[in-house]
Design a protein. Structure first.
Lengths: 704, 300
């Protein structure tokens, strides 16, 4: 962090800014209409500085980056000036601009999985900009590419340079992309949500890499993100965008610790803390929805959602004004504004669960995926004289010997990184996949033994809510049709009462009854998720598998959906299997938490047990990454080959490995208390456990 | 189900739970794409002409005017006359009946067989998929003209049989398109939600999948009509389709071949008619795809 807090677009700048955005306005033509995505944005970034633009989707933050990179396409009308190294980018022709991109400005985007060309070797893709811009001969560029990979903290750089993208993990790909962006040593790198698609542990590594590169090479960063926590570690300054405008900007610590604009306050307050929550606890939430084409002339754009709103707020355009020394805010009453109002706690008694009367009982459940189906899975072997057709036994254990139970009305959180088998486990519970071994009992009956006809009552009682709000609703069915189908299928209401029931369901998920006639594309992401929840509720289930239901949503929307799920849990006595990669969200909703790694549960216990030491080493790593404040031990090899596993699944990444025993012998499951169990060779007891990670409420939350 | 436009607008205006701008496609009247309008006009004109051929044709298609053989296009004969003095324009009108009937029936037959096969293959996967697709591969392996000729050669030619032969030929491509779109949709979570409710096969195929495949099928169908019309003409040209003296575009082109130097209009007129038909139907297919896309103009 540089010592001097950067003043943004003020006259007191000591150094000439590297990048200066003045009065940037971006409008998109849509038919006859103009939609304003960015309005009068002023930003400046000095050499070596790091500026974050934070906002929810649709706030215009990516359009700002797009304007600098010239990625907006012909439908965008851009006005204002973008001064980069003293030159107005918007006044340049296509060719000079292209020469600046890649050479003077590097860019890294959100999705490392599609950003690399699958047909080219990694080294070649990093070398390409050097050949293009620096006119280096290819062998020299390839050699430099290898060095660049090494600089990104990749150990076997030569090997990785010769690899194809599909051979690398997501984190490795993102490192390669950062290496490519830095290939020509540009003074400015623009990062658009570079860690959003990655697991928390990988995210922590990438952030550390970026801050090291910034320190060592003096690169300036323009960092676009929706995640305030990520920004805190990396940037000096932050600009908060809402509905096309900057609403607050200033030093990162000041803005995060003492936010002055109501929107910043709300955004910070709606992040769940990394701590077990009482059943009555609800997250602070911002009511309403962001307008898509706001009119700031008619007053503050945030006014309709602001709890502090009064008539003067909507009397006219709100200017950005200085508050304190290095902070600007677009709110006239920011001075002495109270904290964002917390959500009132729900009136619920803390239930007690008895392990005896479980609703869902999973015993030694395993799922092994075979080597695919159909003819392509067969191989022709010419070895041993005679040609022979065979099917290679590719056995990939996705879920491996998992045992747990869920009581009626209880929420079990399931945490793990992508690919750990948590979604497969959810599908097994609902019998959308058949298990390879073990059993799933629902309400005392072994569901795997039921015929598909006898499965109907189970289907009615066990439902599913998904992650992908884009594809969870059939685009051709209106909300009303989608919600009345389960009613018709299970004969729950007479045809006459169906519309009333649909409206009641919509009301349950806090949507107006008129939404019955809408189609999915007319709904926002949060609204679609509400409809998907209503559809699951339509069958009057007792158990719902929630598979990452909030990970695709913005923080403020996420808080309202988590609250909704908590309300429904308490009102209807529902049990959830709540699957997520985000420990904080899981902790908010769950009575118990299971931590999963590569098909196995390595720790299970009440939310308080799991979040407090002693931890399984993997839980500890997850907590440290989420808390964002402690170096995480880098995995020795990302994507370890799925060979035969005899020992602990986590051994290859474990920083506390005690020796060969970890690789050869399956870890014993140690019960630390009646409710808490850890599978580890370490002598885990409160006294000898690895140094505890202090899980404090995020600093910024405590300050609000 | 189509929600009346006005309903949605009033809903929006009364509740205003979100601002109107969020759903620009509902309060803006949806404009038809130009391709649909132009193509639609062409196809409509063709169908009207075909339907009314008896009444609007200046002469019967087989009436010979011996004195006016090889008359060039003019006031009496819009498109001239052929070697028997038959009015080319009248023959064109009657010929359009045959071409359009052939295109439509062949396509309907192909869709009726190909769409269910593709749906089931894509939904069931596994061995069902293998069996269906390998059988279709066998059909694809035959050169198309050969296959049709094979069917027509063993029995006397007729319009119905030609339609069936051409229709069967188009089953494989339609099934393949249906299957690939189905496979794509199967990864959608709404399919998994339906499975979690324990939906029947028929509901899955007809309510969840088919409406989403429809736009792609419309484009494919328009292509198939075009191919059928062209293939029908080729068969007539080769003498395996409609038999003289029936008026058929392919037959007319074939007959006029001998007189291309002296009376080019005999072949040219049906050729132009066929081009216009093909362009019109293709435009309709393109336009339909845009109109049927529910996300059109939604901007997200």
């Amino acid at each position: 962090m540089s010592g001097m807090p950067a003043a943004l677009h003020s006259a007191s700048l000591a150094a000439e800014p590297l990048l200066e955005v003045r009065d940037l306005t971006i409008r998109y033509r849509q038919g006859d209409r103009r939609i304003t995505a960015v309005r009068d944005v002023n930003l400046s970034l000095k050499p070596g500085g790091a500026l974050a633009i934070v906002g929810e989707s649709g706030s215009g933050k990516s359009s700002v980056a797009g304007a600098i990179l010239d990625f907006l396409g012909p439908a965008a009308e851009v006005s204002g000036t973008i001064l980069f190294e003293g030159e107005n980018l918007l006044g340049l022709g296509a060719t000079p601009r292209r020469n600046i991109l890649g050479r003077r400005i590097g860019a890294v985007f959100q999705d490392p999985f599609t950003a690399l060309n699958p047909a080219l070797r990694i080294g070649r893709q990093i070398a390409e900009p050097m050949v293009q811009h620096l006119r280096l001969p290819l062998p020299e560029a390839l050699r430099r590419a290898e060095n660049a990979l090494h600089e990104m903290g990749i150990e076997r750089a030569a090997e990785v340079a010769r690899a194809f993208p599909h051979q690398l993990s997501g984190g490795m790909k993102q490192r390669a992309l950062i290496a490519a962006a830095l290939a020509c040593e540009p003074p400015l790198v623009i990062l658009d949500e570079p860690t959003t698609a990655l697991d928390v542990t990988v995210e922590a590594q990438i952030l550390r890499l970026l801050s090291r590169l910034r320190r060592d090479k003096g690169i300036s960063l323009l960092f676009i993100s929706h995640n305030l926590g990520v920004v805190r570690r990396l940037c000096d300054d932050v600009a908060v965008m809402y509905a096309s405008q900057l609403v607050e900007l200033g030093n990162v610590r000041r803005v995060l610790e003492r936010p002055t604009h109501p929107y910043s306050k709300g955004l910070l307050a709606s992040r769940p803390p990394l701590a077990a929550a009482a059943r009555s606890n609800r997250l602070a939430a911002i009511a309403g929805q962001m307008p898509t084409s706001p009119e700031p002339e008619a007053g503050c754009v945030f006014a309709p959602r602001c709890p502090f709103c009064e008539p003067r707020c909507t009397a006219g355009a709100q200017p950005l004004t200085m508050v304190g020394e290095y902070q600007e805010v677009r709110c006239w009453k920011s001075e002495g504004l109270a904290a964002w109002p917390p959500q009132p706690a729900a009136a619920v008694a803390t239930p007690h669960f008895h392990r005896g009367d479980a609703l869902v009982n999973v015993t030694r459940l395993s799922k092994i995926f075979g080597g695919g189906a159909g003819l392509p899975a067969w191989r022709l072997s010419l070895a041993g004289g005679r040609p022979r057709l065979y099917r290679p036994p590719r056995r990939i254990p996705a879920v491996n010997d998992v045992t747990f139970s869920i009581s009626p009305g209880e929420v079990l959180g399931l945490v793990g990184e992508s690919g750990c088998g948590k979604s497969t486990l959810g599908r097994l519970l609902l019998q959308l996949l058949r298990q390879s071994d073990g059993s799933v009992e629902f309400d005392g009956a072994d569901v795997a033994r039921l015929s598909s006809r006898a499965l109907a009552p189970f289907r009615k009682q066990a439902q599913l809510v998904f992650q992908n709000v884009g594809s969870s609703l059939n685009p051709r069915l209106s909300v009303g049709e989608a919600l009345s189908r389960p009613l018709a299928l299970f004969n729950l209401t007479s045809r006459r009462d169906r519309i009333q029931r649909v409206e009641a369901l919509l009301d349950m998920v806090r949507l107006p009854a008129a939404y019955r006639k809408r189609f999915p594309h007319q709904l926002s992401g949060g609204e679609r998720q509400r409809v998907a929840i209503a559809r699951a509720l339509a069958t009057e289930p007792r158990f719902i598998v929630c598979d990452e239901p909030v990970s695709a949503l913005d923080v403020s929307v996420q808080a309202t959906i988590v609250n909704l799920l908590a309300d429904l849990r308490d009102q209807l006595g529902l049990s959830y299997l709540f699957i997520s990669h985000d420990l904080a969200v899981v902790a908010q909703l769950s009575d118990r938490i299971a931590v999963m790694y590569r098909g196995r549960i390595c720790e299970i216990g009440t939310a308080t047990d799991v979040l407090a030491p002693p931890h399984h080493p993997y839980t500890r790593m997850l907590l440290a990454s989420a808390a964002n404040d402690e170096p995480v031990v880098e995995p020795i090899a990302a994507g370890v080959a799925a060979g035969p596993q005899t020992g602990c699944v986590f051994a290859a990444r474990c920083p506390h490995k005690i020796g060969a025993i970890c690789h050869t012998t399956p870890p014993p499951v140690k019960a630390l208390s009646e409710s808490h169990a850890i599978a580890c060779h370490l002598d885990i007891a409160p006294s000898t456990a690895p140094t505890p990670v202090v899980v404090h409420l995020d600093a910024q939350r405590a300050a609000i | 189900m189509v929600v009346p436009l006005t309903d949605l607008v009033t809903d929006l205006a009364t509740d205003l739970p979100i601002d109107l701008a969020a759903a620009p496609d509902i309060h803006q009247r949806r404009r038809l794409p130009a391709s649909l309008v132009i193509g639609g006009l062409i196809v409509l004109t063709l169908f009207t002409a075909a339907a009314l051929a008896q009444w609007i044709a200046p002469y019967p298609y087989d009436q010979m005017h011996i004195r006016d053989r090889f008359a060039p296009p003019g006031w009496h004969y819009f498109a001239g006359t052929d070697e028997y003095g038959r009015d080319v324009f009248s023959r064109l009108l009657f010929g359009s009946q045959l071409s359009l009937a052939l295109g439509a029936t062949a396509t309907i037959i192909a869709m009726a067989i190909g769409v269910p096969l593709g749906l089931i293959a894509g939904y069931r996967r596994g061995w069902v998929d293998e069996v269906i697709m390998r059988c279709l591969d066998v059909m694809l392996a035959f050169p198309p003209i050969m296959l049709v000729l094979l069917i027509l050669a063993v029995t006397p030619p007729s319009l119905v049989k030609t339609s069936i032969a051409i229709g069967v030929l188009a089953v494989a491509p339609i099934a393949r398109v249906t299957r690939s779109v189905t496979l794509d949709l199967m990864s959608g979570e709404f399919i998994e939600a339906a499975r979690a409710r324990g939906e029947r096969l028929s509901y899955m195929l007809l309510r969840e999948l088919l409406p989403n495949i429809w736009p792609v099928l419309m484009v494919e169908a328009s292509l198939r009509v075009v191919f059928a019309v062209l293939l029908g003409a080729v068969l007539s040209f080769l003498g395996f389709g409609v038999q003289p003296p029936a008026a058929d575009w392919g037959l007319m082109i074939s007959n006029g071949r001998a007189f291309v130097d002296t009376a080019p209009w005999i072949s040219l007129a049906p050729g132009i008619a066929m081009s216009i038909t093909v362009i019109g139907i293709s435009l309709v297919g393109d336009g339909l795809r845009e109109v049927l896309d529910p996300k059109l103009g939604a901007g997200r």
